[in-house]
Design a protein. Structure first.
Length: 270
């Protein structure tokens, strides 16, 4: 699975790559952008030069990530529009405050923040359960949450339904790599897909039962089995590359036994 090459490409090359990645025809893109298909063709072949507004319009219609919108702008001869600040930058105080409140408010259940490559940005104290007993080399910066989830010396060795969870995570990672053109995700997918688990049958598909609502993580924790599901949230209307790539993953108990293990009753059914 190869990553989309973007260095040293023209605006037309990049536009065509994103259009094809989104499986959109020149005609469909032209209709959405309110231009002619001929104009889209000329932009892709370099016979026409886009305005900055047209670059932004086409990028919006193709749902191009902010990081790559900057690259489209530069390739078209314009300055990038979207800044990329460090999470610790003074201007990001409001973002840090929001993250801290979400993480703290989710305790006693685990919650963490990751970047576009699934590297850990922040976590609450309950998320330490995912690091317990993990070799130091897997906890070296940057700590990768996907790697922790599937590595046989980390959560991959504690998941009782490893085959089902592994299949789902690899599928999601592959889709993210294809949609975002992020070569780091493609490399991470290939690394994780190569992990071996002696004695574990991986070619097992989860067949939903009549009572299934979500596929939980079934985690061995001493003499207990913790059953948890996750939700993922992102910031709305981001104008900063870093903010656009942050995701907050929160873990929830899937049954009463797991909720009791965290010292809190499970949510009452409505």
């Amino acid at each position: 699975m190869g990553a989309l090459a973007v260095q040293d490409e023209t605006f037309g090359d990049l536009l065509r790559s994103w259009r094809q990645r989104r499986r959109v025809s020149q005609l469909d893109l032209a209709i959405e952008a309110d231009v002619s298909a001929r104009h889209v063709s000329f932009l892709e072949t370099g016979r026409a030069r886009p305005s900055r507004e047209m670059v932004m319009k086409l990028a919006e219609e193709l749902d191009v990530p902010l990081r790559h919108r900057n690259r489209l702008l530069v390739a078209a001869g314009f300055a990038p529009l979207f800044p990329e600040r460090e999470v610790g930058a003074p201007e990001m105080a409001v973002v840090r405050q929001a993250l801290e409140k979400i993480l703290a408010g989710h305790e006693p259940y685990p919650a963490l923040v990751v970047d576009a490559a699934w590297n850990l940005v922040a976590a609450n104290s309950a998320a330490a359960m995912f690091m317990d007993g993990v070799p130091a080399e897997l906890l070296a910066e940057p700590v990768n949450v996907m790697r922790l989830s599937l590595h046989p010396d980390a959560m991959g060795g504690r998941l009782l339904n490893l085959a089902e969870v592994r299949a789902y995570l690899l599928h999601q990672l592959r889709r993210q790599a294809e949609a975002s053109a992020d070569g780091r995700l493609a490399e991470l997918h290939d690394e994780l897909a190569a992990y071996t688990y002696p004695g574990v049958e991986l070619n097992v598909a989860h067949v939903p039962g009549p009572g299934d609502i979500l596929l939980p993580l079934r985690i061995a924790a001493g003499d207990r089995v913790l059953s948890m599901f996750t939700t993922i949230a992102t910031f709305g209307t981001p104008m900063d590359v870093t903010v656009s790539e942050l995701a907050i993953e929160t873990f929830w108990p899937a049954d009463e036994e797991t909720a009791a293990a965290f010292g809190r009753p499970a949510p009452a059914a409505s």
